[in-house]
Design a binder for this molecule. Structure first.
Ligand code: GTB
Length: 215
């Protein structure tokens, strides 16, 4: 059965692939699983029909028969578990790949989200620059550790895995900020992820939504 995911009918990022349907699309493409997309407006996301699938009124959600999931990380994990290609067969290597998924979402992403927030909502505050610098240093601290662990390796633990997919997608939010570029091996790691044919197909698919609207 072909799964259906939800995505923004109108993405605020104008097709840059920053919304969280992107890692799910990317995972589908990596494993060769066709999928359908139901586009939802901001108003529709808050309606009972969508809340039944995503209790927080957000995208993405995932439906496959009577299975309904939310949380992009959990959806990527589900896809990775059900197909070959995103998680190693070896049990220990598989556990380590899953660990990197959690590290991306619970250790790296929160400091990036914190750092982004003042840019969107608090630029007019007198303490904006000082706060931004503090939060930037918190991001640097995490990136320094990640950079040290990655070293000269291509991926975080052997071959490309769901851990890399989620980590690259999280790090993409820093592209062009200057922060990622302070760590050339991480910038190259993100570029390697973005160069994967599956990433390109997923990016093109979400970009097509924006282009269709832009006319
Ligand atoms: N933890 C959840 C998950 O990973 O699935 C978070 C889901 C989430 O944040 N969804 C956002 C959403 O639906 C879209 S991705 N927001 C609408 C709402 O809460 O009402 C976050 C996002 C949005 C826009 C950009 N952008 O424009 O660059 C980037 C990321």
């Amino acid at each position: 059965m072909k799964p259906t995911i939800t995505a923004f009918a109108t993405s605020p990022d104008r097709g840059q692939g920053m919304a969280r349907d992107m890692p799910v699309r990317w995972a589908f493409e990596e494993v060769g699983q066709p999928y359908d997309v139901r586009l939802v407006s901001f108003a529709e996301m808050k309606q009972p029909a969508h809340l039944a699938h995503q209790p927080f009124g957000q995208i993405p959600s995932y439906e496959e028969g009577d299975l309904s999931l939310f949380e992009s990380g959990a959806i990527v994990f589900h896809i990775a578990q059900g197909h070959t290609g995103l998680l190693p067969e070896d049990a220990k290597a598989r556990a380590r790949a899953i660990t990197w998924m959690f590290a991306a979402l619970s250790t790296i992403e929160p400091v990036i989200t914190e750092w982004e927030t003042p840019e969107y909502f608090e630029q007019d505050k007198p303490w904006f620059q000082e706060r931004r610098a503090i939060l930037g240093d918190r991001v640097r601290k995490r990136l320094r550790a990640l950079s040290a662990r990655l070293g000269d390796a291509e991926w975080l633990d052997g071959g490309f895995s769901a851990g890399d997919l989620v980590m690259v997608q999280v790090l993409r939010r820093l592209t062009g900020s200057g922060l990622l570029e302070e760590f050339p091996n991480l910038a190259a790691y993100v570029a390697r992820g973005e160069a994967r044919p599956a990433f390109k197909r997923a990016f093109a698919a979400q970009r097509a939504v924006f282009e269709a609207q832009a006319g």
